[in-house]
Design a protein around this ligand. Sequence first.
Ligand SMILES: [Zn+2]
Ligand SMILES: [Zn+2]
Length: 410
Amino acid sequence: MKALIWQGINRVSVENVPDPELIQPTDAVVRVTATAICGSDLHLVDGYVPSMAPGDILGHEFMGEVVEVGSDVKRIKVGDRVIVPFPISCGKCWYCQRGETSLCDNSNPNPKLAEALWGYSPAGIYGYSHITGGYAGGQAQFVRTAFADENLYKVPEGLTDDQVLFLTDIFPTGYMAAENCNIEPGDTVAVFGCGPVGLFTIMSAFLLGAERVIAIDRFPERLDLARQCGAETINYEETEVFEALKFMTGGRGPDSVVDAVGLEAHGTGVGGVYDAVKQTTRVAETERPHAFRAAIMACRKGGTVSVPGVYGGLADKIPLGAFVNKGLTLHTGQTHVHRYLDRLTDHIVRGDVDPTVIITHRMPLDEAPEAYKLFKHKHDNCIKCVLDPWADPKDHAPMKASEAMPQAND
Ligand SMILES: [Zn+2]
Ligand SMILES: [Zn+2]
């Protein structure tokens, strides 16, 4: 089969590799019909997540049709059309029983490295380094999925791949980020970063009752989309964000602030330069936590900071004094995708949210290395790229942003 392979820092390629096979009786093999590139894939490609190995298949946002099931798989059948949550749940451990599936104790088969870095290991994740299990990812024609009965989620009839693909990660991730804000009626939520997760956080904050959402980014097309989702916006290259947020909230500050940027934030000023220099060593500091610092400073006293953005290691110069003296609450975590699937599918069916608005590019898997470049550098206004593992690149004219994006004033 064809798959997108990590070859080294800033090097990916599409190669022919052996088809996956069942390993455990609880496994299933899925023929992938759609897969997406995620911002967190860029952290792997850029080399900020340790323990990648040449030959690893990337991709944790994928869906398709079940083509083979192990002897212990009962609920899932060959032919089922499914989405596959990115964290792998065993369904039985203490955490999975509590619905905290991204903290599963049983799905990371080599937890030693995670335990050394973080104390305890979180769940296994597809296509996301050997720290989280070394599972082959879904930017491929086929993928082996683990604990199929606990994880594979059958898609209701009548919904397209584009409508449900983002249930694998970024829609639930944005939703959990908003839920972690403990939104009360009348609240204002500020969201740093209008990438795919930030955009789903905006949509979700309104679903959860926020009165206002203020979104911060620097790319006009992302700010346009944030406004279409109902947010007010700040371009941080044109406006001083802290002062603007203070002014827009009558001097009090937002009730909660979401860092939907993560470890490769583009900071400005002294802090940004400091992080950029230290991070290039990939040892002295693994993160550029500019958005996280700004979130702590901007949040009102007694408010909540919610972090869906990816961090993996060590960060410097966190304003702990501001955090403690303002009495802030911090909510973080990889997403417990499974617990949100019924609820978010209902929102899609009812038309409360249209996840397809963020898709700007559609390309064959063969062109995935090009797609990674477009997405990383945000060329051609790229916000989200969906890959078709079966499309023939010869008959394919890439969909351009101008065709996919709704007009700003629609
Ligand atoms: Zn993702
Ligand atoms: Zn578990």
